[in-house]
Design a protein around this ligand. Sequence first.
Ligand code: ZN
Length: 400
Amino acid sequence: MGDILFADGRRYSREWLDTHEAEAQEVFRAHKHTYPLCLCQRDGVPMHIRELSRTGKLYLARMPMTGPMHRGDCPSYEPIHGKAEEQAREAGLIEELGDGRVVFKVDVGFNIREPAAVSSPPSPAELPQMVQNPQPRLGLLAMMQFLWEQAELHHWHPKMEGRRRYKQVYDRLTEAASRILVKGVPLRQRLYIPEPFYKEQANEIMMRRLEAISRLGRSSAGKRRRFLVMGQLRELEESSENVRLRFAQAGNDLSVVMPRSAWERMLKRWGVKVPEEDSDLGLWGMFLIEHFKGATLHSRAAAVMQTTAHYIPVFRPAEASLAYGLVDSRRRFIKMLAIDGRPSENGPAFLLTDVAEKPVPLYISNRELPAETAVDEWYWHTDRDDMWPPLPVPQSRRSH
Ligand SMILES: [Zn+2]
């Protein structure tokens, strides 16, 4: 279990590959154009070797559409996140390519027609995240969650404790953004994420930021263009007309200004509250930038998402407390996302992946559920219990 079989007949455990970096790079290099088998299943699940664009490092990756084929407790296992993702894949809005890139058809326009039309149509991000008829569409919240999913920041393993910091999150998000294709170009060419801040490099970082913003805001032909900014919010300044938002890791010079009405409408629509000052939750935002002056960016459309201190997305207070509970009790799990903006309303909030071959879905419900629930499912009825019931015992802690 957990072994990878390479074309030369050799088997290596995932743990060995993870802990022997130099040797693992050699093994990957020798098998770059082959399909190593993950032996979590008896017949093996084919994988391939990819290269990180930034560092040239090689790593083992899943083949398109094979996430659900791995065993539930295999690190390469990835479920389909709800009906919405299933439908988006069926409709061709999400399409994994053989080389690790994935097409994501977001309903956001980056081109600006000048002069601006007199009556502007509703901004795409204001539209429902997924409309079945006549044409399904994916908006900004869908994109933010999909980026999280591609960066695998919704997976948690106890060994990540103390190691998941902003730097790692930034690296993973930018790597994922270079593989996601949006309107024919990598998302990375349309998106700015504040880089990790180091005091000694403050000036260089600021210069890079200004350079990136001016590059994002214009096409190669010099035409004004919309772009996206995503980051963890650290400060909200409200006036009667506008809100001004500032990002973690970025100086006060960088801010997004939004009409207060649009900001409040968006919070209400997705049921998100701005965390209190002393909260253990973080708030991430993705903003479509219309125009900018220096590093003051103007936006009318955005999506927001709360995360725990471990950068695990959570969509309700009960999910947040369970996420902390799972991390504290050293459990391994996957946070379920939903690209329709209504995560876990009907589906599970988490999958526990350390119990058995098959992951155990954790449901949180504030509605009366049928008395008969399947034995391999777990329910927390928040309408009658303040505390969640005992969790299934992990495989490693079971007595024989
Ligand atoms: Zn596997």
